[in-house]
Write a protein that binds this ligand. Structure first.
Ligand code: A3P
Ligand code: MG
Length: 441
């Protein structure tokens, strides 16, 4: 069954790589970290205590201070995950300028041969413009989209419920940040830092680059730099600028360019609004409406041994599944390449079939664990971040084999909601209030 026909995603159907280009805020100095809060009490998934920490919590029961990531705590029924609905989209051009439209959306053109021999190394030296990954865009593009589309969001909200929350959603973030949360119970190498601010009742979640990630980024080998290009080159071989034209492998690969979908959905009680980059869509005009017509492009080393197959299932398919399941992108087209960057085969993966595919794998990941952990993390964040203030950041921190902990930062380098956004949102909120209480005449 296609996920479109379900009211919410179920574990037998689940079927993504983290990385949205836009993820991290980059803050080196930790000068105010001494004010941090550390673990006293554990946040126990499935227990009542996560609801105790709200604003009405008596001083005798302090909020829990850490969240366990242990897999077995999250092995229960798959949580409600509503079918994601595309509420808009935006594009970033070759200079990373924002447009509130789909001008960068591309169309998938199936390769003519099953063994296409695409040379992914072609153009790396002369026809590649790489986005500057030292620039941390935080949530800025999403916030621009929100300001340009507020009336849409709010009118929907008023129709559905009389929420006191200005935007009508609990969480605003990038899809890539959620992908990291989904894969956390299985991650053994890379930790993360997520900055959270509450404003107008909505929690904004924006990644901060860890010191380790910064070191890795600054010390990539030439080979690694080149291999990062290969994924984009594969997209160029298979995607065209419009439905009736052909891909242009002779053109320039510019990783500033992006098309992003903005989706709304609900994970248990958490109303989510997030955005993620989409590689391309089905070129058939009769294809289902977005996000169901979207296609995720991936590359991976060709599989030649049982051990490689098992690793592919246990590690790579987890990331592929999480990335696409979240926004409701139903398929992945994978190009399998050799060590020299030549694509030797192309295969389609349906997200809804991935859990079947990995079933016989020992020590494998479970979609329900991913989703339940993410859900508990969001509940934990809600219980901890109660002060509604754009200048306050709670910095949630996780390292492999540890619990999630947090620290609090006021007017610090971690503040990430820009003045232009705060100003616009707060002035319109008061305008909104005037609507509800018209002046007496
Ligand atoms: P692959 O997907 O073939 O690995 P995405 O698949 O998310 O659309 O990302 C497009 C490409 O960006 C990737 O192609 C890879 O080349 C590059 N990329 C993605 N995540 C990355 C990461 N964490 N580090 C380096 N490169 C990455
Ligand atoms: Mg891709």
């Amino acid at each position: 069954m296609d996920q479109r026909h379900q009211s919410h995603h179920r574990p037998q159907h689940p079927n993504s790589n983290h990385h949205d280009n836009h993820q991290s805020t980059f803050k080196r100095d930790m000068d105010d970290s001494g004010r941090g809060h550390f673990q006293h009490k554990r946040f126990r998934p499935g227990h009542q205590n996560h609801h105790q920490a709200g604003p009405s919590t008596p001083p005798s029961s302090p909020p829990t201070q850490s969240l366990s990531v242990q897999r077995q705590l999250y092995e229960r029924d798959f949580p409600l995950y509503k079918q994601p609905v595309e509420v808009g989209n935006f594009s970033l051009d070759s200079e990373r300028r924002f447009f509130n439209d789909a001008r960068q959306l591309r169309y998938y053109m199936e390769p003519e041969k099953s063994c296409p021999n695409f040379d992914l190394r072609d153009g790396y030296r002369g026809r590649f413009v790489k986005r500057d990954d030292r620039v941390k865009e935080k949530l800025d593009h999403i916030l621009r989209w929100i300001l340009a589309n507020r009336s849409k969001l709010q009118s929907k909200d008023t129709a559905a419920s009389s929420s006191p929350c200005a935007l009508g959603v609990d969480i605003v973030t990038w899809r890539g940040h959620l992908t990291k949360l989904l894969t956390t119970p299985y991650e053994t190498r890379e930790g993360w830092l997520l900055a959270v601010t509450r404003m107008g009742g909505t929690l904004y979640i924006s990644e901060v680059e860890t010191e380790a990630a910064r070191r890795d980024r600054e010390n990539r080998t030439e080979r690694h730099e080149e291999m990062m290009y290969w994924g984009y080159k594969f997209e160029q071989y298979t995607c065209a600028d419009d439905a009736r034209s052909l891909p242009d492998p002779g053109g320039v690969v510019n990783t500033n360019e992006a098309f992003c979908t903005v989706v709304q959905t609900r994970l248990a009680e958490h109303r989510l609004l997030f955005s993620g980059e989409v590689d391309c869509r089905d070129k058939d005009p009769k294809a289902p409406s977005p996000p169901a017509c979207y296609i995720e492009m991936k590359t991976s080393l060709e599989i030649s041994t049982p051990k490689q197959r098992s690793n592919f299932h246990r590690f790579k398919l987890l990331k592929w599944w999480a990335q696409s399941f979240l926004p409701g992108v139903p398929r992945i087209v994978a190009g399998f390449r050799d060590h020299d960057g030549v694509v030797v085969s192309v295969e389609t993966y349906h997200i809804s079939k991935i859990s079947q595919l990995i079933k016989n794998e020992t020590n494998c990941w479970k979609p329900t664990v991913c989703m339940n952990f993410c859900c508990e993390f969001l509940s934990f964040v809600k219980s901890v971040v109660t002060e509604d203030n754009p200048r306050v950041v709670h910095l949630f921190s996780w390292d492999p084999h540890r619990d999630v902990t947090y620290s609090i930062h006021r007017d610090s380098q971690y503040s990430f909601l820009p003045d232009w956004y705060v100003r616009e949102m707060t002035s319109s909120t008061s305008r909104e209030t005037h609507h509800h209480h018209p002046p007496q005449t």
